[in-house]
Design a protein around this ligand. Structure first.
Ligand code: PPS
Length: 284
């Protein structure tokens, strides 16, 4: 793996995040409440988007749920060490997000059968988005070239690890965990339809007008100018540049992958994912 990362239990963590193996192990005992909701993603699959959607749904359904903080404070990363006391005391239902592999999740996720929203995105676009993000996030080394980064991603040597392993493990985990899978591309095509399905999964009953407001607040355009949603506050601390809300489209991989890289990607995808009915989603 790249020198900015260390590998632990099958997952690649940033060396400079100061998260140590013992901290990662301790997450298993993170106290889960039955009403907790998890957003789980492979990076760059739509995490920030889902943070915005869920915060809008929760606020509509439980007035006063949202505190006057950014989405990433309201819905923090479990492994980001921001899950501190303010989060523990948040109004239920608490929402947390994570990139952890299933094996590293808190025991309570399975034991209490809490609700998990897993966001999936065409991995070619994930790769491209992560490539750009790596240039701006201080915890990752800037890639020396797209070619090198492409290879590292395919080999599971970049941030978090293998996209294929992550997705396969979560698809398989559907038998044990209460998971609702949402495709990034489906949200682009019909955001309202996906929001309705998410509400049904969460058991949150919203009026049509409230759903309209959730959708309106969760478009790329609205989020880009919303300081609670766009991570702009981190730009000042040089953690990110504008790379979080970069393009927000499907198919940007066509502007990056060469014909032979694409062929290689599709070959690996077919080998790795042959048993899962996901192939059609990566062909466009
Ligand atoms: S992270 O760093 O893992 O939390 O990143 P993540 O939020 O998972 O993914 C970032 C990409 O999601 C895009 N995005 C959106 N696309 C469409 N609509 C909305 N509302 C939206 N919000 C975020 C964001 O632009 C990143 O994708 P790219 O391709 O880089 O633009």
């Amino acid at each position: 793996i790249t020198p900015d990362l260390f590998r632990y239990k099958g997952m690649n963590f940033p060396v400079n995040e100061k998260l140590r193996p013992k901290d990662i192990d301790a997450l298993k005992d993170f106290e889960i409440r039955p009403t907790d909701v998890f957003i789980i993603t492979f990076p760059k699959s739509g995490t920030v988007w889902m943070q915005q959607i869920l915060s809008q749904i929760m606020e509509a359904s439980h007035p006063g749920w949202a505190e006057d903080v950014t989405n990433r404070a309201q819905i923090p990363y479990l492994e980001g060490r921001t899950v501190d006391d303010p989060f523990r005391d948040r109004k239920e239902p608490r929402v947390v997000c994570t990139h952890l592999f299933p094996e590293l999740l808190p025991h309570g996720v399975k034991e209490k059968q809490i609700k998990v929203v897993y966001v999936l995105r065409n991995p070619k676009d994930v790769l491209v988005s992560l490539y750009h993000f790596a240039h701006s996030w201080v915890l990752m080394d800037s890639p020396t070239s797209f070619e090198v980064f492409f290879k590292q991603f395919m080999d599971g040597k970049q941030f978090v690890g293998s996209w294929f392993a992550h997705v396969k493990q979560y698809v398989a985990a559907q038998e044990q965990l209460k998971i609702h899978i949402v495709w990034y591309e489906d949200m682009l095509k019909d955001l309202r339809g996906e929001v309705v399905k998410i509400c049904a999964f969460l058991g949150e009953e919203l009026t049509d007008e409230a759903i309209d407001r959730v959708v309106e607040a969760s478009t790329f355009k609205s989020m880009k100018i919303n300081p609670k949603a766009n991570y702009k506050d981190l730009v000042e601390t040089t953690v990110y540049t504008t790379a979080t809300m970069r393009k927000g489209v499907a198919g940007d991989w066509k502007n990056h992958l060469t014909v032979s890289q694409n062929e290689h990607f599709e070959k690996v995808f077919r080998e790795e994912m042959s048993e899962f009915p996901l192939i059609s989603n990566i062909e466009s």
